[in-house]
Design a protein around this ligand. Structure first.
Ligand SMILES: [Zn+2]
Length: 365
C-alpha cells in the first residue's frame, strides 16, 4: 500500500465531506476512527439500529433517533442533528420528562408559557424536535457556530456552558442512529477542519498539525515554557505525533471548566492529552476545544486524530501547545514533567517530522 496515496485519498474524502459535496470518491482503506478519517463513505445514511451507545441506553438513543429522523425529514444539515441531540442530553438526559424547572417539559424542556406549544404538543418528541429545529434554523450561520452558542441561542438556558460538554457524546449517538461508522461520514456534522495529513516519516513520527512555530520552548515570564505554540484556527484536527499509548486524556483539574475559552489568567492545560511512545518518549497536546477523541489506555497510531484545537486553560487564543519528552518512564512510571521536557523543534526535526507549515515530499520506495 502506498501510504502517500492513502493519505491523499483520505484528505480528498475528508475535504468533500466537509464541503458537503456529493461524494464521488470511494476509499475502501480502513483508516483510523475519528475526525477526518472516512471509513465507510455514505451519502444517504440509513436508519441505524437503536442500541445503547456508551452511557446512553436504548430509551435515550431511541429519542435521539427521533430527533435525527425529524431533522433529516426537514432537510436540516447533520450538524443540526448533533446540536439538537446535545441540547436534549443537557436539558433532559434524552428523556421525555413530564415536568422540570417551572413549566418546562419534554426532551428539550420547552415551556408552554414561553410559546413553545401546549403541554400535550411538547410531550410529543416529534413536535418538540420540530420546534427546536424551527428556532435553530432562524439563527444566522448556525452551522458554523460553536455548539454551545447555537444551542444557547435557541434555548436561552441557565446553563449555557454545558452543551459543549456533550458534543462528543452527541456525535457518537448521532452516528450510531444514522447508521454510519463515525460522525465524519455525515457531511458537515462536525466542525473539524482537516489539513491534509502530513506524511509519516521513516522514523514513525509526524507533525501533530501544520503550523508555524509561534512562541518557542524556553524561559518565559520567569517559568519554563515547556513546549511550542502552534497557532491555527479552532477545530483544526490534532494528530498523534507517533504511535503510542494514551496516559491522560481529560480536563486539567487546575483549569476547572475546560468547556469555556481560557485566558492568560486561567491556569492549566485545559483539555489535554498525554501520549507515551516507544523508547520512553512522551508528547503532550494542550488547550483542546472539547473532550479529546481518545481515552486513557487507548493505543493510537502515528497521525491518528486525537482531538481538536481550542483555547481552553492558560491560553490567549486558539492554538496547540505541543510538548516533547524523553526518559518519561524511568521506573515504568510515566510522568511528563518540565524536567524531562525537550525542545520540540530539534526533537521533531531529528525524526524527519520538522514542525512548520510545509509538507515535505515523501520518498515512496
Ligand atoms: Zn504554550
Amino acid at each position: 500500500m502506498n501510504g502517500q496515496r492513502l493519505g491523499l485519498g483520505v484528505a480528498v474524502v475528508a475535504a468533500l465531506l466537509l464541503c458537503g459535496l456529493p461524494l464521488v470518491v470511494v476509499v475502501t482503506d480502513e483508516g483510523p476512527a475519528g475526525a477526518c478519517a472516512a471509513t465507510a463513505p455514505s451519502t444517504s445514511p440509513r436508519a441505524g439500529k437503536v442500541r445503547p451507545v456508551g452511557r446512553w441506553n436504548t430509551e435515550q438513543t431511541g429519542h435521539a433517533a427521533t430527533i435525527v429522523a425529524v431533522g433529516r425529514d426537514r432537510g436540516v444539515p447533520a450538524r443540526g442533528w448533533v446540536i439538537a441531540v446535545a441540547t436534549a442530553m443537557v436539558e433532559s438526559g434524552l428523556r421525555n420528562l413530564p415536568g422540570g424547572d417551572r413549566d418546562s417539559l419534554g426532551l428539550f424542556q420547552q415551556r408552554p408559557s414561553q410559546g413553545w406549544g401546549s403541554r400535550a404538543q411538547i410531550l410529543d418528541p416529534v413536535y418538540a424536535s420540530t420546534r427546536f429545529y424551527e428556532k435553530l434554523e432562524r439563527v444566522d450561520g448556525w452551522e458554523r457556530l460553536p455548539l454551545t452558542v447555537a444551542a444557547q441561542t435557541v434555548q436561552v438556558s441557565a446553563y449555557p456552558d454545558r452543551y459543549g460538554e456533550f458534543e462528543h457524546d452527541a456525535e457518537q449517538v448521532v452516528a450510531a442512529v444514522a447508521g454510519v461508522t463515525t460522525i465524519t461520514n455525515l457531511p458537515g456534522a462536525s466542525l473539524a477542519r482537516c489539513d491534509s495529513p502530513a506524511s509519516i516519516a521513516a522514523s514513525g513520527w509526524t507533525q501533530p498539525l501544520q503550523a508555524e512555530v509561534g512562541s518557542g520552548y524556553g524561559p518565559r515570564a520567569g517559568r519554563l515554557h515547556a513546549g511550542v505554540d502552534l497557532s491555527v484556527p479552532r477545530n483544526t484536527v490534532i494528530r498523534a505525533a507517533s504511535a503510542g499509548r494514551v496516559v491522560w486524556a481529560g480536563c486539567d483539574p487546575s483549569t476547572g471548566n475546560c468547556d469555556i475559552d481560557g485566558s492568560p489568567t486561567t491556569s492549566g492545560c485545559g483539555w489535554y492529552v498525554d501520549l507515551i511512545h516507544a523508547g520512553g518518549y512522551g508528547t503532550r497536546y494542550c488547550h483542546l476545544i472539547r473532550r479529546p477523541d481518545v481515552a486513557d489506555g487507548d493505543t493510537v497510531q502515528a497521525g491518528q486524530p486525537i482531538g481538536l484545537v481550542g483555547t481552553s486553560g492558560h491560553s490567549s487564543g486558539p492554538h496547540l501547545h505541543f510538548q516533547t519528552h524523553q526518559n518519561a518512564c524511568p521506573d515504568g512510571d510515566c510522568d511528563l514533567g518540565n524536567g524531562n521536557s525537550v525542545n520540540p523543534v530539534p526533537f521533531m526535526a531529528a525524526r524527519g517530522a520538522e514542525l512548520g507549515e510545509e509538507v515535505r515530499p515523501r520518498q515512496t520506495t
